[in-house]
Design a protein around this ligand. Structure first.
Ligand code: FE
Length: 202
């Protein structure tokens, strides 16, 4: 039996998010209302094509699912292989992280008076359906890891820019930083615009 993907769910999210950003609302509104939209998207796991949920043993994957034509936002599926983790990093723009499959830990970091980065509170464990926000105004430096040593996890991220092309930084605990541009793991995007199967059913 073929299980039909509900890619329309992603298309609806793209449309709703673009609508939310019309008129350039304040970041707090984007994080609040956009977080609610993302929560709806990750509440059901029936829309992400398998190609964008593939883990690789070398490192975690970042698959671009959609980039807004004005680069106001981008949507990325992050796929964590067993035990995989990011370095400590920043974003420089707002970001929303919604857990789709498995679980991940996000540990926030803060610079002390000596310039060293230290964990800021306990790590947050994200479970399917949960959403977390990052940004320079609410806390932008963190490290993320798969909560599972033996299975892949997938989270869906939305950022206030074409995130794969943003100049940002990775950090060591002594506070030293290195510039990085993440890029993306894929060269092709999912087709969210073929409406023919839906039109045939109406
Ligand atoms: Fe991050």
């Amino acid at each position: 039996m073929t299980i039909e993907l509900n890619i329309g769910r992603l298309r609806g999210f793209v449309t709703a998010f673009a609508e939310l950003l019309e008129g350039n609302p304040p970041e707090a509104k984007v994080l609040c209302d956009g977080g609610a939209l993302l929560q709806q998207l990750v509440a059901v796991d029936d829309w992400l094509p398998d190609t964008y949920a593939l883990a690789r043993p070398e490192r975690y994957q970042q698959y671009l699912l959609h980039a807004d034509s004005a680069e106001r936002f981008s949507i990325v599926s992050f796929v964590w292989g067993p035990g995989q983790a990011t370095p400590i990093h920043d974003h420089t723009v707002w970001g929303l992280v919604g857990m789709l499959r498995g679980a991940e830990y996000s540990q926030a970091y803060k610079a002390g008076a000596d310039g060293c980065l230290r964990p800021d509170g306990a790590a947050v464990k994200l479970l399917p359906g949960m959403v977390e926000a990052v940004s320079p105004s609410v806390g932008d430096i963190h490290k993320v890891c798969n909560a599972f040593p033996d299975q892949a996890s997938v989270s869906i991220h939305v950022y206030g820019a074409n995130i794969g092309a943003v100049r940002r930084s990775v950090y060591a605990e002594d506070g030293s930083s290195k510039p990085f541009i993440s890029g993306y793991s894929n060269s092709q995007l999912p087709n969210i615009w073929d409406l023919s199967s839906e039109l045939k059913n109406t």
